[in-house]
Design a protein around this ligand. Structure first.
Ligand code: ADP
Ligand code: MG
Length: 337
């Protein structure tokens, strides 16, 4: 069987039953943004790992070593934030091709430790090897969280409002600009490329959401709403409605789509690597959370839909018609159909 036939997530589903042989101390294994272990009566440990591979996740001539280091740490922190946790310590494993210099690697570590210092995260170890192909970077990151506050993918309830905590689609636009050398004004280009190369991290926001008691489910948007909302729906056994006219389009994304003739909402649904939080808020409490979040962070959270019963994800289009959303986000082995 070709991997293409089942895709990345089909593969994970297939190997899952082979992986889990001991229940003791494990609160959550495969299937969420982090694994969760019991530490004591009140607290749990989180563990996540994410890998960036040259020519799959990045092109070395399109990102500085500093930004690449930043991004490697950011994508792992993002998984901790989506559970509502506080990061602790990182391990970095790295496979290095022959043409990489020591100076390159020093800059890479500086980029990682910019976020390390911001969030008090050590790098406590790792592994180093040569690579016959590209540069490979893998961080494993631990975190801690109060057991009662953990935000899972699988606890959305019918009637919950679906929220995101910022503009979407900008990272995909930045990637498109990098890949095609699209000529746009400098300010616009640098903003969108920065969204792709140096995504913001929302640790404090994740902790706030987890401690609010008003959020049922959460995931970080690594693969695009169409794919990541499906993870929430599958794990929670529910469906969802998304309102196309509520999807948050920044003025920069608008400008980019005007110049390129693309549809901003399509980019938002399928574009990956925004690393914003997608979360569901308990019925009747969304107004309160909107207000509290704004008071705390000076930023708005945006309601983009609602959790419903069933297993469909429906897009209410601007033209009034409805259509089913299929996962069109990133899958490492899918043929794109
Ligand atoms: P994320 O995008 O949040 O990093 P993924 O979609 O990569 O999460 O992974 C989904 C789930 O599958 C996670 O719980 C992850 O730990 C698990 N997983 C991913 N790859 C493997 C693998 N090769 N073997 C076992 N579990 C895996
Ligand atoms: Mg994730």
């Amino acid at each position: 069987m070709n991997l293409e036939e089942i895709g990345e997530f089909g593969l994970i589903k297939k190997v899952k039953p082979l992986c889990f042989i001991r229940k003791k101390n494990i609160i959550k294994g495969i299937g969420d943004d982090c694994a969760v272990y019991e530490i004591d009566k009140e607290n749990a440990a989180l563990l996540t790992t994410d890998m960036l591979v040259e020519n799959v996740h990045f092109l070395r001539n399109k990102i500085t070593p500093y930004d690449l280091g930043y991004k490697t740490m950011a994508v792992n922190l993002s998984d901790i934030s989506s559970m509502g946790g506080r990061p602790s310590d990182a391990f970095l494993s790295i496979a290095i091709p022959g043409d990489i210099t020591v100076e390159y690697l020093e800059e890479l570590y500086e980029g990682m430790m910019f976020l390390g210092m911001k969030y008090n995260v050590n790098i406590l170890g790792g592994d180093t090897t040569s690579s016959k192909t590209g540069l490979v970077l893998n961080i494993a990151l631990t975190g801690v969280i109060g057991k009662d506050n953990i935000l899972y993918r699988g606890s959305a309830q019918s009637g919950d409002k679906i929220y995101v905590n910022g503009y979407l689609g900008e990272s995909a636009a930045g990637l498109d600009i990098l890949l095609k050398d699209i000529d746009l004004n400098y300010k616009l280009k640098s903003h969108l490329i920065k969204c792709h190369n140096m995504p913001e991290v929302y640790i404090d926001e994740g902790i706030f959401l987890s401690e609010s008691g008003l959020v049922n489910a959460c995931i970080d948007l690594s693969d695009g709403i169409s794919s990541d909302l499906l993870h929430i729906c599958e794990e929670s056994t529910c469906g969802a409605v998304i309102y196309e006219d509520k999807l948050p389009v920044s003025k920069e994304l608008q400008e980019y789509t005007k110049s390129t003739g693309k549809n901003p909402e399509e980019i938002i649904l399928s574009g990956g690597e925004d690393y914003k939080l997608l979360f569901t808020v308990k019925k009747d409490y969304s107004g309160q959370l909107e207000k509290d979040y704004f008071e705390k962070f000076g930023q708005k959270i945006i309601c983009v839909g609602e959790i419903i019963e069933g297993d469909q994800i429906i897009l209410k289009q601007k033209n009034g018609k409805e259509r089913n959303i299929k996962p069109t986000g990133w899958d490492h082995f899918s043929s794109g159909t």
